[in-house]
Design a protein around this ligand. Structure first.
Ligand SMILES: [Zn+2]
Length: 129
């Protein structure tokens, strides 16, 4: 079966600012959040001419999306706001499927927070994705 390229790799191919460690290590449910974040960042980067902006890590922490970046120029506020919006959206979006969710602790070990819809909460932690 000819598998389509993973959306995470597609994002990295499309957005050079992800190619410094920014490969998204998160579930499929956050795909649209990250696609929007990257599109908004790309637009702002282009408009403000801040070629040195880099996302250095994208991961899940305490149930939420985290995107760490390296940039400290004058456009930092606007760029930070775009990242913060994505991080906030992730807190109400199931990381597994993208449906509305909330950050919850699982019923059993490991006691790691995950943002899940009810269906995936019931599967977590055994069979989340
Ligand atoms: Zn779900």
């Amino acid at each position: 079966m000819a598998e389509q390229k993973d959306w995470r790799q597609q994002l990295c191919d499309r957005y050079p600012f992800l190619r410094h460690g920014g490969f998204p290590s998160v579930g499929d449910g956050w795909r649209s959040i990250l696609e929007r974040m990257c599109a908004d960042l790309a637009e702002e980067i282009k408009a403000s001419n801040v070629a040195e902006y880099r996302i250095v890590q994208i991961k899940e922490k305490f149930g939420g999306l985290r995107a760490y970046y390296s940039y400290d120029g004058e456009k930092v506020e606007r760029l930070r706001e775009i990242v913060r919006t994505a991080e906030n959206d992730s807190l109400v979006t199931c990381e597994a499927c993208g449906k509305p969710g909330e950050v919850r602790l699982p019923k059993a070990e490991p006691y790691w927070y995950k943002c899940c819809c009810m269906k995936h909460y019931l599967k977590w932690p055994d069979n989340y994705y």
